[in-house]
Design a protein around this ligand. Structure first.
Ligand code: CA
Length: 408
């Protein structure tokens, strides 16, 4: 008898050609239908498998993935194997099929009750671009950047699911002359990022080494770290990002398990200083070949490549915990803006418009430096799957609405 790998598996579910939600993906999310409570599901093709109903396990009926994520990697693997069996073996079809709901009929919710939110700055191209824009004439990277993944703690309570309106934030803006003014941001921006969702917690006082990354991190989502550049520029010294970032961070609704990204693992880029032992990932790097796309009002404006990120998510986790800080179920650890070396690979408007000096031209001849009211930004992502298909990370989208306090 021939052994067949996962590439040979076929589902009895009617999967659309080219779907990014085939058996190689099986992302987890939280959904509801009209009149029903939010519960956990797994996307398959154009459907959601209602995990709460099909398993009867209350862990999937809580309205967030946290309780299941807290069970740890053995439980994650077992459920993935079971769901794969259910969706491939006809013997389960009669029992499972009634629990498939068209994805077009569901509302998606924030998948995870976010515990702590940490945002890094792990793209060398992004950090160098910002350095050149903000500190012209100085070395683009600050002296610490190649030695540690730079990051800050964000505001977990303002992480929301894709589709949440982006209310133009109000705040203090420096003026060219005289004192600062208060008003709506004039420089509303995006940051295309990838987020890593912690499932299994760690103990206070016990660092998480590089090799333990997949024992703690369940999966991956897309992140748009909306940013008000004028508020940020005035407030950030000397303690870092604050209100210019904390008004909203949007995440995609489907969390793609690390188990689905085995074929996406790639070596990390060469580093040009020796790494300290706790960050030295020479034999087991966690680079990931994820391809992002950024659309502004439907026009493709950038294709940031995640594979070139200087610091990997495993290094971010090792650094975040090297002082003994504990991980909690639901922690969201974002990569920082993903930018590649080319202009059309930049993950923020700050870089795409080079600090507002080089407007982008969109379809119909309209131009943009930063976002205007009514603008809609969508970030999507794909990765190579273990069966040779492209798996989808879904998308994170948001439309800008005016500041309700704006002066008329
Ligand atoms: Ca960011």
């Amino acid at each position: 008898m021939e052994l067949v790998g996962p590439g040979a598996l076929m589902s009895w579910v009617d999967l659309p050609a080219g779907t990014g939600f085939g058996l190689a993906n099986l992302p987890h999310g939280v959904f509801s239908t009209p009149g029903t409570a939010p519960r956990s599901g797994i996307a398959i093709g154009d459907s959601v498998l209602d995990l709460a109903a099909v398993t009867g396990d209350p862990v999937h009926a809580t309205g967030s993935l946290n309780a299941f994520l807290a069970q740890g990697p053995t439980a994650w693997r077992e459920l993935r194997a079971r769901v794969t069996d259910w969706l491939t073996d006809e013997v389960y079809r009669a029992r499972v099929e009634p629990h498939l709901i068209p994805r077009g009929d569901v509302t998606m919710h924030l998948p995870v009750e976010v515990a702590d939110y940490v945002d890094f700055y792990s793209s060398r191209h992004h950090a160098e671009n910002l350095g050149r824009i903000l500190r012209p004439g100085s070395p683009p990277l600050l002296p610490n950047w190649r030695h540690l993944p730079v990051g800050y703690h964000g505001r977990s309570g303002t992480v929301r699911v894709s589709g949440t309106p982006v209310v133009r934030p109000h705040g203090q803006r420096a003026e060219p002359e005289g004192p600062p003014s208060a008003g709506p941001t004039r420089r509303l921006d995006i940051e295309a990022e990838v987020g890593f969702v912690v499932g299994a917690p760690s103990e206070l006082g016990t660092p998480v080494p590089l090799g333990a990354f997949p024992e703690h991190v369940f999966g991956v989502c897309l992140v748009d770290d909306w940013s008000a550049r004028d508020l940020q520029a005035w407030e950030y010294a000397p303690l870092g990002p604050f209100l210019g970032k904390s008004f909203l961070t949007s995440v995609s609704p489907w969390v793609v398990p690390l188990a689905a990204l085995e074929a996406a693992r790639v070596p990390a880029p060469p580093r040009d200083v020796p790494l300290l032992p706790y960050l030295d990932d020479g034999d087991d790097p966690w680079g990931l070949d994820l391809s992002l796309e950024v659309r502004l009002n439907g026009a493709l404006v950038s294709c940031p490549p995640f594979a070139g990120m200087y610091w990997t998510p495993a290094q971010q986790l090792a650094h975040l915990t090297v002082n003994g800080a504990a991980l909690r179920t639901g922690d969201l650890v974002a990569s920082g803006t993903v930018s590649g070396p080319r202009r059309d690979q930049r993950g923020s408007l700050m870089e795409l418009s080079w600090g507002g000096t080089e407007p982008l031209t969109l379809a119909g001849g309209t131009t943009r430096t930063f976002l205007e009211d009514g603008d809609e930004v969508t970030i999507s992502g794909t990765a190579p799957g273990t069966d040779g298909s492209r798996i989808s990370l879904g998308e994170v989208t948001g439309r800008v609405v005016p500041d309700p306090m704006r002066e008329e």
